[in-house]
Design a protein around this ligand. Structure first.
Ligand SMILES: [Zn+2]
Length: 187
């Protein structure tokens, strides 16, 4: 048998090809691969293509999942932070309101004490603590509206739950007006 003319049939493409078209393989009977070089190459390429697509899909899925996780985390962080910022924005200016109330009612050296503590206007025990007062005010009246300040509904009664409202300066002056003025107006 002339080796130059000898052929072998490829078990993949079933074409008879010269022996040089087959790579060596010690494990086979004739010492050559069952598939021709071309078929081997095609098979490897197909495998790489399929695997590459799988790998790409897996990477994309990972990125998508990760992106979602990161987006969710970011959103949660932003929400938590904005809640905190919003709460602080409401609470911070109200501290001055609370401190002023405490001063007027309990500090005889305060310039306005004579109109408050001096005439028996008190702060209820619960409201001597800022956090309690803040929780009650925000819970019942809500945040201070622009241009309004804390007012006692009954001007002769103290700072206590049920006697508070947000009022404009005008409303507060009317509230402080002695009753006889109303009588005057009716005349
Ligand atoms: Zn082949």
């Amino acid at each position: 048998m002339n080796i130059m003319t000898a052929t072998k049939s490829c078990s993949r493409c079933h074409e008879p090809k010269p022996l040089e078209a087959f790579a060596r393989d010690r494990a086979t009977k004739d010492g050559l691969r069952c598939w021709c070089r071309e078929c081997n190459k095609a098979s490897h390429a197909a495998y790489r293509a399929a695997n590459g697509a799988k790998e790409k899909a897996s990477q994309a899925a990972y990125r998508a999942a990760n992106h979602e996780k990161r987006a969710a985390y970011h959103a949660a962080w932003k929400a938590a932070n904005s809640d905190y910022n919003a709460a602080w924005k409401v609470a911070k200016p109200l501290y001055g309101t609370w401190a002023g109330m405490i001063q007027r009612c309990t500090n005889p050296k305060h310039e306005a004490h004579k109109n408050y503590g001096g005439r028996g206007i008190t702060v209820c025990d619960r409201w001597l603590t800022y956090e309690n007062w803040l929780a009650d005010i925000l819970g019942t009246l809500g945040p201070r509206p622009e241009g309004m300040s804390l007012d006692r509904i009954d001007n002769d009664s103290g700072y206590r739950p049920g006697n508070m409202r947000w009022a404009t300066a005008t409303e507060q002056r009317i509230n402080q007006r002695p009753p006889r003025r109303n009588i005057d107006k009716e005349d």
